[in-house]
Write a protein that binds this ligand. Sequence first.
Ligand code: C5P
Length: 210
Amino acid sequence: MIIAVDGPLASGKGTIARHLANRYDLPYLDTGLLYRACALGVLNAGKDPSDPEAATISARKVDNTVLNDPELRSAKIGAAASRVAAIPSVRKALMNFQRDFADQTGGAVLDGRDIGTFICPHADVKLWVSAPAEERARRRHKELCARGEDISYAQVLEQLIERDARDAGRDDAPMQCAADAHLLNTGGLSIDAAFEAAQRIVDAAKAERP
Ligand code: C5P
């Protein structure tokens, strides 16, 4: 079973995807980490994340070994990731890694922005996870402060709105809800309530499968 979980920044998609992977005993890939790793490589090389050549060279080097670096989780790398992600040759370089992960025996859970629309249009279950921008910004601000970052709520909200617009507005595989995705708005929901809602959707989809 392939489960695709898409949605904007801090919508709760990662937490839900991890929960579903545990619940159904499936391997899990946070595809945002691939773009973050690509961005980190570009910055470490002293290049601009919007430079197609530098970003593509970095994307081609991304593999499992670089995905656990805690630096990938910073706000700076998140913003740079959304710049490299707008470059078509970067998306192409990272595509097979994601598709191979999804197509492994038994299936997988992947979260991102274009999993249900582009990477795995054949996914068995697609979820589109969203929440109001202010609530997402509050969550992300809390996370970044817990990591020790010195950033205000207003800055986080501004970056989030800018990042959503860039992700949804790019030409190549923009962030988009798949036509056949189940909508899950986590606004005002506790984590447990969001897990239960996601699980109900997957269980119903499983029950309908031939
Ligand atoms: O989800 P996360 O915040 O880690 O993603 C970082 C950036 O990577 C996103 O803002 C987006 O630009 C890009 N991304 C993407 N497609 C995905 C996952 C992430 O374009 N499937």
